[in-house]
Design a protein around this ligand. Structure first.
Ligand SMILES: [Zn+2]
Length: 216
């Protein structure tokens, strides 16, 4: 859990790819990235378990392979899955990290970005506790913007996309209630606050925002 007053130091990614202010929950669902892989893409998701319900421990249980599948009928569908994301931002703005950003987490599945397949290879995945049918919490945008700035500084990310942008035939998240403008504004304010301490370029491309503007 992060303190209410956010400081850039809380989000700094250390040499091993772990965020200083995140609660660590090591997930076994990861493997090594290919040698020399440049991590340049951030993928934003939403998840809730059971769907539409917030607050339980089930997302982290799923990512850590300890979900009790008998607790809800929907959970039966999840049995064959071995999945993870690097980060989860919960409704209360707490931040959990499951996989080092230097490792490959299993969040995007079959996916393509700019003609490159298998986005897991070269991306970082952030899950927001949420759904396609409900507004996200202001605190989630604050954490997401700050975390994105820190990840951009550490990895030199060039693009941020939604899961729906890299797997449009299969996925709809983060969905119509995810406010890409609010996200970008949060990112920009995080970068200006951190500019004196971290070298951050402001040329991160918000692919999800561009695709929403085209649709409207
Ligand atoms: Zn997703």
């Amino acid at each position: 859990m992060l303190p209410r007053s956010l400081s850039p130091a809380h989000f700094v990614i250390d040499a091993d790819g772990w965020c200083a202010g995140a609660s660590q929950r090591a997930s076994p669902n990861h493997d090594a990235r290919g040698a020399g892989t440049v991590v340049d893409l951030l993928i934003v998701h939403n998840i809730s378990l059971p769907p539409g319900e917030f607050g339980g421990p089930y997302i982290e249980d799923l990512f850590c392979n300890r979900l009790d599948y008998t607790l809800h009928p929907y959970f039966e569908h999840l049995k064959p899955l071995r999945v993870s994301a690097h980060f989860l931002i919960r409704r209360d703005a707490s931040l959990l990290q499951f996989v080092s950003t230097h490792q490959r987490a299993w969040h995007a599945g079959v996916s393509t970005f700019k003609d490159r397949e298998r986005c897991n290879d070269y991306s970082i995945g952030i899950e927001l506790e949420g759904s396609d049918f409900k507004l996200f919490e202001p605190g989630q945008y604050r954490i997401l913007g700050n975390l994105t700035a820190a990840l951009q500084a550490h990895h030199g990310l060039t693009d941020v996309a939604g899961h729906e942008d890299v797997a449009p035939a299969r996925k709809t998240d983060p969905g119509p209630f995810f406010d890409w403008r609010q996200y970008r504004d949060s990112y920009l304010s995080a970068t200006s606050r951190a500019a004196s301490t971290v070298d951050i370029s402001a040329d991160l491309r918000f692919v999800g925002l561009a695709s929403k503007v085209r649709q409207s």
